[in-house]
Write a protein that binds this ligand. Structure first.
Ligand code: FES
Ligand code: FES
Length: 461
């Protein structure tokens, strides 16, 4: 496969296998060995680089998605003889410990300062949350970022004039043309699905799920179609149709798209929270809402909120579309109900009532880690002293995310009184039946349900 791209400001053309990881392309084909391999699974940040001005874990990006992109690695900042100011700040503060993780930390800091030249201490910590320092030297690392900001480093970063439009696509060779596809429109993607013979096409979006399997060349699917940049699968907007309206979220909208969209920020705060909590920034920049739904894991974050909000999944093919409730779409652990020839095109979410309360809670082993051990989403709308609309859903309680059916049946019409939190928590306890660590998970459900209703009652008091 031939690809053209810009690396550290210079145009490059390469001939590499489509599913070779960007990390390996950088290190082996380009001799850029600053990015390191720690976990190879998107958890440590040692391989972090900027792609189209966004921080990504290069161990999760296949080479076919590098085509037409603008990539910045640690080598693009300064050379060993002429370090740039951010690199010097790390040296000055004694923030270079083992050295292995430092390039990833600096790239994460660069990504932060490029869009927020004067971050708060908390913002620095959040930006570096996906970069693991096993020697626990975070204090000095955070001080180095703050010092660079103080010296005006972020203000001097120039936009790299990323081309988002007529992006160069990969040119597949020989037998690759039967196995790898990079459609530029939805119609082209449907064509691929219709003509691909046995239907064994792995659909690739942000790669955060398939990426860990590419480690050491373990997984090369028989056929791969990259839909990450298909324009019809992007976009977040309110759609008016037939006298009602819904929020449309394109299936390839990333978590970063969701956290940055004025529509979701105004109408879907719990979805924004879940997107922020789904993983570190490099993961948020790549993980998509459609990927999260299609993966159909019981521990997925966004499906929990979408269940509580009554969202529908739209499965589309060149012969039309099907609108499915999420309980019809997610049919089992890692199983969705897409038929041959179909793609998940978009998610439709009823516009929540103004003044509704939406909350997403997640408990896991650390904030920046993707996997939850317990998660809960609530939607409630109150009039005077009564809850008139209510829905709740939970994740990590069973093989798939679930609605809390008994609670959802019992709460509409309930009065906001001091007894309500206890009563709701008791019902929620019986709504989940986790097989793993049941005592911990049930206790989480009880505590978080109690917390949500206590806050709801106190708001109205
Ligand atoms: Fe750990 Fe890529 S090597 S995130
Ligand atoms: Fe590598 Fe701390 S910088 S373990």
């Amino acid at each position: 496969m031939k690809i053209e791209m810009t690396i550290n400001g210079a145009s490059k053309a390469l001939d590499v296998p489509p599913m070779k990881r960007m990390l390996d392309v950088l290190r082996e084909d380009l001799g850029l060995v600053g990015a390191k391999e720690g976990c190879g699974e998107g958890e440590c940040g040692a391989c972090a680089v900027l792609m189209d001005e966004k921080l990504v874990d290069s161990c999760l990006v296949p080479a076919m998605q590098m085509a037409g992109s603008d990539i910045l690695t640690i080598e693009g900042l300064g050379s060993p003889d002429d370090l740039d100011d951010l690199q010097n700040a790390f040296l000055d503060e004694g923030a270079v410990h083992c050295g292995f993780c430092t390039p990833g930390m600096i790239m994460a800091a660069y990504a932060l300062l490029s869009h927020d030249p004067h971050p708060s201490e908390e913002e620095i910590r959040v930006a570096l949350a996906g970069n693991i320092c096993r020697c626990t030297g975070y204090e000095k690392i955070c001080r180095a970022v703050a010092a660079a900001a103080e010296r005006g480093y972020g203000e001097r970063i120039k936009s790299r004039a990323v081309r988002h439009g007529d992006r160069k696509r990969p040119v597949f060779s020989g037998e690759e043309r039967e196995r790898f596809f990079s459609p530029s429109s939805l119609a082209e993607a449907f064509d691929v699905l219709r003509t691909s013979g046995d239907g064994e096409v792995t659909v690739l979006a942000g790669g955060t799920d398939i990426g860990p399997d590419m480690k050491g060349g373990r997984l090369v699917p028989a056929k791969v179609m990259d839909v990450f940049s298909v324009p019809e699968l992007k976009g977040i907007e309110i759609v008016e149709r037939g006298g009602s309206s819904y929020i449309r979220v394109g299936a390839c909208s990333t978590n970063t798209d969701i956290t940055g969209s004025p529509v979701t920020r105004k109408h879907l705060p719990a979805l924004v929270t879940a997107s922020l909590r789904s993983g570190a920034l490099a993961m948020q920049n790549r993980a998509t809402i459609g990927g999260n739904l299609c993966t159909a894991s019981g521990a997925g974050d966004l499906p929990v909120v979408l269940l509580a909000l009554g969202a529908k999944a739209v499965a589309a093919s060149d012969s039309g579309e099907r609108e499915l409730d999420l309980e019809e779409f997610i049919v089992g652990y890692r199983k969705n109900s897409l038929r041959r020839g179909e793609l998940l095109e978009e998610i439709r979410i009823p516009v929540p009532r103004d003044g509704s309360r939406q909350v997403f809670y997640k408990r896991g082993s650390r904030k920046a880690l993707t996997l939850s051990r317990a998660s809960l989403a609530f939607y409630a709308y109150c009039e005077e002293d009564r809850i008139v609309e209510f829905a709740a859903a939970a994740g990590s309680m069973s093989p798939v995310p679930i609605r809390l059916k008994n609670l959802n049946a019992a709460i509409p019409g309930a009065r906001l009184c001091p007894r309500l939190p206890d009563e709701a928590a008791r019902i929620a306890y019986d709504d989940v039946n986790p097989r793993k660590t049941p005592l911990y998970r049930k206790t989480m459900i009880v505590n978080l349900t109690h917390r949500f209703f206590s806050e709801l009652v106190s708001c109205r008091a």
